[in-house]
Design a protein around this ligand. Structure first.
Ligand SMILES: Cc1ncc(C[n+]2csc(CCOP(=O)(O)OP(=O)(O)O)c2C)c(N)n1
Length: 554
């Protein structure tokens, strides 16, 4: 990448410095402060996806980042535009996604004056710093390369996360001479591997009787290394949400969370790879119990790039490192230490078979999930949503390829699915992408059917319409003697709605019907909505298989 020197506006400098970092697509909505950003985007041939609400721009950038592991970029006006993007930014923070928000500010003379200038909010940078990894104000176009490159470094260094760069309206607009846009950032900081930590883990693992590996989102780039470690240990590998697909679940050692629970009482050494371990220590044990370190259970080894993680939940052995580097070192040191053990292989296979039978009871969800899995290619993306189908999918939709199960993480952000899936499809137009959603979550972002139609984003959305905020409704019936407060919904005609946006729509009412309709929708490569119409309350609760009745070391 060559250096470019010219007279340019702050907006153009921001865009050129962003493009120097390899960015080709920007999501967003323009406004008066950001006109120079949009003018540069148009002139410089960037793929620009303009959404119908700022939240969707941010969710699409999130989907882009999650699907590729590369930064996703969006631009919105300051104040309300930034706050409209808030839930997506929070979700990006929770799922460690490198997302860059480019935004404006009031004119510099008005900063902090409270005069009520257009889109003014009290200390926007400080507000953003409270919800994302970091935020900066760029005060001179001549600093654009340095500030934007630093944003790319911070976004991808250590635990990745979202960041923002803002510029005041006057600085965005005014041309400045001799602005130098240099090459993009190449520095991504990672902690060096500490051999002593590795040696301690190797010692514990070499003598483990029944080790298990649990992956989180921090293992998505380390699939080959986790697999090598699993093979060396002959250990089952599991995940709850964000770590799914690191090891394929049709591999002998890849196990769902339900199969993992079945095996867990045998486990004497647990290796957490890039995970907060929510499933085991919060979901299985007690969501209400704060523990600084586990009060029982297996010896815990944690591999995490973020040193703070080791004090948030203290393991017996901490390895602060990139998960690929650490797993490779452990796998090399442990190669050949655990011979294939027929009894253990048998236990794993039996747990998988049992889990398969148990999850088959979550009907009708699992019949529909099976229909989707049957037609979605191995490398196709599946983007669930906070819903009866999404919860069931955590443990009963097998995942075979890293990054292909894109979830909302611990934020549990209703509405994230459809919009995030659009960003996944923009990032990977040649791979199938299926979004599943409830009627509640879908209407958080339904207007983006217009974006799908306008840009021909060939996402297939399967809408499970149970005419309710189904999870809320069931919880209320169970806990409040059958009283429902805000759980029932009156919906539009989704077929006519989708068609009015120019999106093909079909309605089905059986898993077989879904399978056929989905296969043809994927084959057309065009945006499509498939509605599965269901009566209220038809779903079996997925929660007993998420929280599991039998508590470990209770
Ligand atoms: C941003 C946000 N708002 C509210 C909630 C609370 N909530 C969790 S599930 C749910 C209902 C979901 O309804 P729907 O999308 O129709 O899916 P269903 O449960 O009916 O399958 C609600 C309101 C949430 N998790 N996130």
């Amino acid at each position: 990448m060559t250096t470019h020197t010219a007279t340019m506006s702050g907006g153009e400098a921001m865009v050129r410095a962003t493009l120097a970092n390899g960015v080709t697509t920007v999501f967003g909505i323009p406004g008066v402060q950001t006109y120079t950003i949009y003018d540069a985007i148009a002139r410089l041939g960037v793929q620009s996806i303009v959404t119908r609400h700022e939240q969707a721009a941010a969710y699409m950038a999130l989907g882009y980042a999650r699907a590729t592991g590369k930064p996703g970029v969006f631009t919105v006006v300051p104040g309300p535009g930034v706050l409209n993007a808030g839930a997506a930014l929070l979700t990006a923070m929770g799922t460690n996604a490198p997302v860059l928000c480019l935004t404006g500010q009031v004119p510099s003379a008005f900063l902090g004056k409270g005069r009520g200038h257009l889109h003014e909010m009290v200390d926007q940078t400080a507000t953003l710093k409270g919800i994302i990894k970091d935020a900066w104000r760029l005060t001179d176009p001549r600093d654009a390369s340095a500030v934007i490159n630093n944003a790319f470094r911070v976004m991808q260094s250590g635990r990745p996360g979202p960041v923002s760069v803002e510029m005041c309206w006057d600085t965005l607009d005014k041309p400045r001479d001799a602005v130098v846009i240099g090459p993009g950032n190449t520095q991504i900081d990672k902690p060096a591997l500490d051999q002593e930590q590795v040696d301690r883990a190797v010692k514990a693992l070499a003598s483990a009787r029944f080790p298990m590996i649990m992956c989180g989102g921090g293992a998505q780039h380390a699939s080959a290394e986790v697999l090598a470690l699993a093979d060396a240990l002959q250990a089952p590998v599991t995940a709850f949400r964000s770590g799914r697909g690191v090891v394929a679940e049709d591999y002998a050692l890849g196990v769902s969370s339900v199969a993992a629970r079945e095996l867990f009482d045998k486990v004497d050494v647990l290796v957490g790879v890039g995970t907060r371990l929510e499933m085991i220590y919060l979901r299985w044990r007690n969501m209400g119990l704060y523990e600084r370190k586990p009060a029982g259970g297996p010896l815990l080894i944690r591999i995490d790039i973020d040193p703070a993680e080791m004090t948030r939940f203290e393991p017996d052995i901490a390895i602060v490192a990139d998960s690929a580097v650490a797993c490779r070192a452990l796998a090399e040191a442990l190669a050949g230490s655990h011979r294939s053990d027929l009894a253990r292989r048998g236990a794993i296979a039996a747990a998988k078979a049992l889990a398969q039978r148990q999850t088959q009871e979550i009907q009708p969800q699992v019949a529909y999930l099976d229909a989707i899995r049957a037609v979605l290619p191995r490398d196709g993306f599946f983007v669930p949503e906070v819903s009866q189908m999404g919860f069931a999918a955590y443990m009963s939709f097998p995942v075979y390829t890293p990054r292909t199960f894109v979830t909302e993480g611990y934020q549990g952000t209703l509405g994230f699915g459809f919009m995030t899936a659009l960003g996944v499809k923009v990032a990977c137009p040649d791979r199938a992408v299926v979004s599943i959603t409830g009627d509640g979550g879908f209407l958080f972002g339904v207007q983006e059917l217009a974006t799908a139609a306008a840009y021909g984003i060939g996402l297939v959305t399967v809408l499970f319409n149970n005419h309710s905020y189904g999870n809320v409704r069931r919880d209320q019936i169970e806990r409040f003697e059958g009283r429902i407060a805000g759980g029932d919904l009156k919906n539009p005609n989704f077929m006519r709605l989708a068609e009015s946006f120019g999106v093909a729509a079909a309605r089905v009412s059986t898993p077989q019907g879904l399978r056929a309709e989905l296969a043809s929708a994927i084959a057309t490569g065009k945006p499509a909505l498939i509605e599965v119409d269901q009566p209220r309350g038809v779903e079996t609760s997925p929660w007993p298989l998420i929280h599991m009745n039998k508590k470990p070391w209770a």
